[in-house]
Ligand binder design. Sequence first.
Ligand SMILES: Nc1ncnc2c1ncn2[C@@H]1O[C@H](COP(=O)(O)OP(=O)(O)OP(=O)(O)O)[C@@H](O)[C@H]1O
Length: 301
Amino acid sequence: MIEINNISKYFGNVKAIENVSFNVSNGEIVGYVGLNGAGKTTTIRVAVGVLPPDSGDVSIDGFSITRDKRKASEKIGWVPELPIFETDFKALDYFVYLAGYYGLSSSEAKKMGKEMLERFGLENALNMKLSAFSQGMKKRFALAVSMINDPPNFIFDEVLNGLDPQGIAFFRDMAVDFKKRKKAILFSSHILGEVQNIADRVVFIHKGKVIGSYKVDEIINTVKPSIVIKLDKIDDNTVNLLEKYGKVSKQGEYVVISSPSVSSGEVVKVLVEKGLNVLEIKYEERSLEDFFFSLLKSRGE
Ligand SMILES: Nc1ncnc2c1ncn2[C@@H]1O[C@H](COP(=O)(O)OP(=O)(O)OP(=O)(O)O)[C@@H](O)[C@H]1O
């Protein structure tokens, strides 16, 4: 379990994060979402112990990352936003070298390295220099390394960036497997469609502060699809007519049916039969993105 308790971090006069608190339970996948510069990476760097907070603390399975860093670090796998492997080591050799830190013998590490790198789609790159890896390959390699000691908690920073669709699908399956094995997973991402597909809950950060934490089911229920229609005139009769098909509201020159019970085609048919002139109609599938922007808007941002 990851418990982030009231952490703040300043860089000179820049307030990167202020009193950030949230938990990630065992068996839970939490997405961490915010605009550029919101404070995601700073939170993550504090949580994994590479950046000391100015105040607050992070507890990993009960161990403080500031006071009991070694024990806390053992319980966490981390993949940074831009894994840097500027080494002429070959991939498998470097994996074996890193696995040595976790007490694996060279033969155990080699066997594990082959299996893991194969699992991560790097089977043809075992003897390739890491410095020659693409960013996506480095990310796959970093993912494999983060799993060497099978930790119970994971933190991934922008893990989907630089991964191809196959890599993203792989990450999704891996997260589901971790969840089944009751691990706690925190990942930041700008790819909100994927966050919606992968996470159980989303924590939103804005200008260094947490502005909300919502279950994905709750988000999906809130941002229901809608049919948006533009007519040459909208009167009460039209609104009454459309109320049979969902919750109707007038929004400027548009009329919107939220959670419609029928397709947009059927709505057009009804309107045309009544002699109304439909200028435009669209079916909008709302998403986490809409939810995030309406959250910002509700705060006057
Ligand atoms: N080492 C640093 N020195 C000075 N300012 C920093 C440093 N690291 C981060 N910041 C500032 O702290 C704020 C939060 O940055 P952070 O990298 O945590 O945001 P982020 O949400 O991860 O952004 P992005 O989505 O662009 O990666 C920003 O204003 C950033 O400029």
